[in-house]
Design a protein around this ligand. Structure first.
Ligand code: GFB
Length: 442
């Protein structure tokens, strides 16, 4: 009997190797011990484990970048404590973001991280791979990519009602809200999966979750699962917000070098700003960067003027264009600056209105070429705006905008004095909400 069992296992392993598609005979159903056993055998073969994630669909680009940092630190710590497995973070392609509506841009889906970020820099912090690489590695030639387990994180509504917050990680019934984007046919779930119809799972669990990301280590179960996805990952909080580790992860998020170059040319051509003159030179490798506070910045003031949904959703903190102009004029006069760079999602007529209130100043915004629009789309244009804002002598942002937060972080990394960075437009001169100052830790 024992001989027979051993033989059975050897055959199983042999089939696994020659079929090249381990998924064909390894479907993960926790409740079926027989299947779990097969998976254990398969999973012992390879030490590679893949973590995938997604974020609540309406969330924008810059909150998503923050969710990446939570995962990056999560993975860094996981690797430190668990050397047995080769953990990899699969970078979720960008697409279909609510705010990405640039006219004339083609289809904004399936955009890989390399469009916006420098993958080598990210990899100097944690092992990340693009989705297409994951598909190649994981599928071994098969068209279907079946994820071993998908956890959908759900808030605990009760906690929000009572205000008593405590860590929670409980498998619970899936609410309609949680499953609204998934399609199920004979226990196989498809969609949304970043728009890929060939990605499926048989195993979805909903988690009532409250706490920091590291509370999810217990859900990884690497003996059972080779690939695991967390949906609604924005629900998990930072483990180390603002710490040295947080800033390391953040520093590794260098942009695609072409975006830096476009911003650099713009600064030089229109803003009389170069790294040599502005004392903003940085090493090409982020790990070589050092703490400093002597960046001068180009001879311009930059503003992030957030409009659109903020005019309605954040009425109490968003000024009128006229009032914003008055605040900007006062600051430029005080600093002796005559050039204003405006990053905005506002309409052209709002920009024209702003200019009309500032006739004695040079007021500019970045106008992308067709090449930039087609290649980098909304995400890349937004990054170029952010980079240009990051190199100004003085920056004023929009209260509670994550777009502004990312600029402030970048300025902290470049080495500006905090008082030139942590400023925001006020509703009026009298009513001025203040953002916190999250200064860099080296
Ligand atoms: O990045 P984001 O999450 O920042 O969303 P918030 C704003 C998006 O609007 C950006 C565009 O990703 C850009 O596509 N955008 C905003 C800009 N400002 C600029 C700009 O100056 N230049 C360019 N080129 N594009 C959050 C939303 O917005 O606000 C949430 O993500 C929610 O969904 C919340 O609506 C209230 O933090 O400003």
């Amino acid at each position: 009997m024992l001989m027979f069992k051993v033989l059975h296992i050897i055959i199983l392993i042999f089939v696994c190797v020659i079929s090249g598609n381990e998924l064909e005979f390894c479907e993960v159903f926790d409740e079926y011990a027989e299947n779990s056993k097969k998976c254990s055998i398969r999973n012992n073969f390879t030490q590679k484990r893949y973590i995938l994630y997604d974020v609540n669909p309406p969330e924008g680009f810059n909150l998503r970048r923050d969710v990446y940092i939570r995962l990056a630190v999560f993975l860094k710590r996981l690797i430190e404590k668990d050397e047995k497995y080769q953990w990899q973070l699969v970078l979720p392609p960008w697409g279909n973001l609510y705010h990405w509506q640039y006219p004339n841009t083609e289809f904004q889906e399936y955009l890989f991280w390399e469009n916006f970020f420098d993958i080598t820099s990210l990899q100097q912090y944690i092992p990340v791979i693009e989705m297409y690489k994951f598909m190649e590695e994981y599928s071994s030639g098969s068209k279907e990519i079946q994820l071993d387990c998908v956890y959908i994180l759900q808030n605990d509504d009760e906690m929000f009602k009572t205000g008593k917050f405590e860590d929670k990680n409980e498998v619970t019934n899936c609410t309609r809200d949680s499953l609204q984007y998934y399609k199920s046919k004979r226990h196989i779930y498809t969609s949304p999966f970043w728009g890929y119809h060939n990605i499926t799972t048989r195993n979805i669990k909903c988690l009532k979750f409250h706490g920091t990301a590291s509370n999810l280590y217990q859900n990884l179960k690497p003996i059972q699962y080779r690939s695991i996805m967390f949906d609604h990952m924005e629900i998990a909080l930072h483990d180390e917000y603002g710490s040295k580790e947080y800033w390391k992860a953040r520093r590794s998020m260098r942009y695609n070098s072409e975006l830096y170059n476009i911003a650099k040319n713009y600064r030089k051509t229109f803003l009389n700003s170069t790294d040599e003159n502005d004392n903003t030179d940085r090493p090409a490798d982020w790990t070589k960067e050092k703490s400093r506070r002597n960046a001068r910045g180009g001879p311009y003031l930059s503003v992030h003027l957030r409009r659109r949904d903020f005019i309605i959703g954040r009425k109490e903190s968003i000024p009128t264009i006229k009032n914003a102009a008055s605040q900007l004029r006062q600051k430029m006069d005080k600093l002796g600056l005559t050039v204003l760079f405006v990053a905005t999602d506002g309409e052209q007529h709002e920009f024209e209105e702003l200019k009309s209130y500032l006739p004695q100043y040079k007021v500019l915004k970045f106008v992308p070429s067709d090449y930039v629009i087609n290649k980098f789309k909304d995400g890349g244009i937004a990054i170029i705006d952010q980079i240009i804002c990051s190199y100004a002598r003085y920056f004023i942002g929009t209260y509670e905008s994550t777009f502004t937060y990312r600029i402030q972080e970048e300025r902290e990394i470049v080495g500006f004095l905090p008082e030139t960075t942590f400023n925001n437009l006020c509703k009026t001169d009298k009513k001025c909400p203040r953002n916190g100052q999250w200064q860099i830790v080296w």
